[in-house]
Design a binder for this molecule. Structure first.
Ligand SMILES: [Zn+2]
Length: 352
C-alpha cells in the first residue's frame, strides 16, 4: 500500500496556494484524477535557486538528480524506486535476449507498471516476476548442425522464445495472479499515464485524461500531413465531411471527419504549428485548434483530455490530446476539421 503519511503530506501541499507550495519548494501539476496517486508522480521537486524542477518520474526514469530540498521520506521513496527500476531494466533485457527478431518487450511499459504499483509502498514486488507478466514463453524446436559430423548432420534442439503480450488486459490478469497484488483501476490508469509521460514527454499541461493503449509511429502523407489516429483511420470513419441529414437539425453541413476510437486514444497533431485554441464548448466538448501557417488550421473536437495549451508550439505527430466523447457526441470519436484560409475543407484530401 502507498504510504498514507506521505500521501497526506503531499496532499496537504497540493491544497495550499501557489506561494505556500513555492515556499516548501514543491511545484505540483495536477492534471488528472485521481489526485492522490497523481501527486506521487507529478509532484515536482523545486530546487528554488536554479529554477529547475525535476518530477519524480524524471528522477526515477531519467536519472534526474534528487533536489536537496526533497524531504527525507520522499527522497527514500525516489531512491528505492530508482534502484528497483534498474532491476526491471535488467529483467527486461534478459527477456529481450529470448524474443524473436522484430519483437521486443518495452521496458518503459514494465517500469511504468512497477512504478504505479509500488511507488511509496512499504514493500515492492520482484522485478523479474513482474516483467515475466508481460510475455509468454513458448517452447520451440529448431534443427542445428551437429558439430564435427561427417557427413554433415543436423539434430533437433529445443529453445524458448519470449513473446511479448499485446493484450493489456491479459498482462494485468497475469500481474494480479502472480504479484500478490490486486491492481486497482487507479493504478492501471496511472501506469498508462506514466508510460505516456516517459515515452512521449507529456508535460501535463491541459486537462489530462487517461491515455489508452499504445500507438505506433506517426503516419504521414507525402505532403507531411500526419494522420491524427494513425494508419487505420479509414476503417474508423463514422461520418464524412459534408452535407448530411441530422436527426436534430435536419440538413446540416458536417464540418469535419468523424473517426471512432476508444476513449483515451492519443491524437497526433496533423502538422507542426501553434495552438490557438484549447477550450471546452457545449458542442465541440474539449476542443483544440492548431494554426499551421499559410492559412491552414486543424481542429480536434470531443477529446477526453487536452494535452496542450494555447501558445504551445507543437510538432507534427506530437500527441496533443486524447479521444473522448465530450460535447455533442454520441460515442468516443475524433471530429477532425481542416480549414484553409478560414474555409472548411474535407480532411480526407489531406490524410495519408
Ligand atoms: Zn463530427
Amino acid at each position: 500500500m502507498a504510504n498514507p503519511v506521505l500521501i497526506a503530506k503531499v496532499g496537504m501541499i497540493v491544497l495550499t496556494d501557489e506561494k505556500a507550495r513555492k515556499a516548501i519548494g514543491w511545484v505540483l501539476v495536477a492534471v488528472l484524477s485521481p489526485l492522490i496517486l497523481l501527486i506521487a508522480f507529478l509532484c515536482s521537486l523545486g530546487s528554488g535557486a536554479s529554477g529547475h524542477n525535476a518530477s519524480a518520474v524524471e528522477v526515477c526514469f531519467n536519472g534526474a538528480a534528487i533536489p536537496a530540498s526533497a524531504p527525507a521520506e520522499y527522497r527514500a521513496c525516489l531512491e528505492s524506486m530508482r534502484s528497483s527500476l534498474a532491476l526491471v531494466d535488467t529483467a527486461v533485457s534478459t527477456i529481450n535476449t529470448q524474443t524473436e527478431e522484430g519483437t521486443s518487450l518495452d521496458a518503459v511499459r514494465v517500469k511504468a507498471c512497477f512504478y504505479a504499483l509500488y511507488f511509496g509502498a512499504e514493500s515492492q514486488g520482484d522485478a523479474q516476476t513482474l516483467a515475466d507478466c508481460f510475455v509468454t514463453y513458448e517452447e520451440r524446436t529448431r534443427m542445428v548442425p551437429v558439430e564435427g559430423s561427417d557427413p554433415p548432420a543436423q539434430t533437433e534442439e529445443k529453445y524458448t522464445v519470449a513473446v511479448p503480450i499485446t493484450d493489456t488486459e491479459a498482462v494485468w490478469q497475469n500481474i494480479a495472479a502472480t504479484m500478490v497484488v490486486t491492481p486497482t483501476a487507479e493504478q492501471r490508469a496511472n501506469a498508462d499515464s506514466i508510460y505516456s509521460l516517459v515515452k512521449y514527454g507529456w508535460a501535463g499541461s491541459g486537462t489530462g485524461g487517461i491515455w489508452f493503449g499504445d500507438i505506433g509511429e506517426p503516419v504521414l502523407s507525402v505532403d507531411g500531413f500526419c494522420s491524427p489516429l494513425g494508419s487505420g483511420w479509414r476503417s474508423r470513419v463514422t461520418s464524412e465531411f459534408g452535407w448530411r441529414n441530422c436527426p436534430y437539425h435536419g440538413r446540416e453541413l458536417h464540418s469535419g471527419l468523424d473517426m471512432s476510437a476508444a476513449t483515451g486514444t492519443p491524437i497526433r497533431a496533423a502538422l507542426s504549428g501553434t495552438v490557438t485554441k484549447s477550450c471546452r464548448t457545449n458542442s465541440y466538448g474539449n476542443y483544440t485548434v492548431i494554426d499551421h501557417g499559410n492559412g491552414m488550421t486543424t481542429a480536434y473536437a470531443h477529446q477526453s483530455g487536452r494535452l496542450v495549451k494555447v501558445g504551445d508550439t507543437v510538432t507534427v505527430g506530437q500527441v496533443i490530446g486524447l479521444v473522448g466523447s465530450t460535447g455533442n457526441s454520441t460515442g468516443p470519436h475524433l471530429h477532425l476539421e481542416v480549414r484553409v484560409n478560414g474555409s472548411l475543407v474535407n480532411p480526407r484530401s489531406y490524410l495519408p
